[in-house]
Write a protein that binds this ligand. Structure first.
Ligand SMILES: C[S@@+](CC[C@H](N)C(=O)[O-])C[C@H]1O[C@@H](n2cnc3c(N)ncnc32)[C@H](O)[C@@H]1O
Length: 207
């Protein structure tokens, strides 16, 4: 156990050294290194972005090309000058967030590390996580460019298979991963869907 803790702490230390606000960046890094999700010039939407590690990783990968739109309930600020970053402090379920994201879209990649504050009641927590992913998929239906990809965190132990099946219908490939930086006791995992199949008028819907 002591060994495991030391290993977990090493993710935080590494994040500190590399200038990231949170250790969660290494979950995205591992997935991106395998799946090559982020490419220069693309438009990326980051849902549940605070304190900003994933956003910073995306910005570093974009190398001042493309754009990143980031939304979270909590406001956050990244060090440095990022002219291609657009942030909003809002609830992803709100109309104002919907309007903002639509105005800045479409996106080639939507990433969501959004998670509810855990209550300790697994049924409640997995339901809230389900609702967040469902919202992300609704957003994808209107704001994701054909061929685009979605990466989203999901709490396991609820009805997540329903979401997985929904994703299988509209993406070429869908898989689930549990990156090494996820704490072993955690019930979170990630769905990755690539190759969005639905060609539709991206600006016609109001989700
Ligand atoms: C695990 S943190 C994200 C960490 C982030 N990816 C990073 O690397 O810095 C989960 C975030 O989801 C956000 N969140 C939860 N529900 C949300 C909602 N309804 N709308 C917007 N953000 C939400 C929380 O405020 C929290 O900041």
């Amino acid at each position: 156990m002591a060994h495991k803790r030391a290993k977990l702490d090493s993710w935080s230390l590494k994040a500190q050294k590399e200038g990231y606000p949170a250790r969660s960046v290494y979950k995205l890094q591992e997935i991106d290194q395998k799946m090559k999700l982020i490419k220069k010039g693309m438009a990326v939407l980051d849902v549940g972005a605070a304190p900003g590690s994933w956003s910073l990783y995306v910005l570093r990968s974009l190398q001042q090309t493309g754009r990143l739109v980031a939304v979270d309930l909590k406001p956050f600020k990244l060090k440095g000058n990022h002219p291609n970053l657009f942030t909003m402090a809002a609830d992803i379920f709100s109309q104002e967030a919907g309007d903002f994201l639509k105005q800045k879209g479409p996106y080639q990649l939507i990433i969501s590390d959004a998670a509810p504050n855990t209550s300790g009641n697994r049924l409640v927590d997995t339901r809230k996580s389900f609702d967040l992913v469902e919202k992300v998929l609704n957003l994808a239906e209107t704001q994701l460019a054909p061929g685009g990809a979605v990466l989203c965190k999901i709490f396991q132990g609820g009805d997540e298979e329903e979401l997985f099946d929904r994703m299988k219908k509209s993406f070429k490939t869908v898989r689930r991963v549990k990156p090494k930086a996820v704490r072993p006791e955690s019930f979170e995992s990630y769905f990755i869907a690539m190759g969005y199949l639905k060609a539709q008028a991206l600006d016609s819907a109001d989700e």
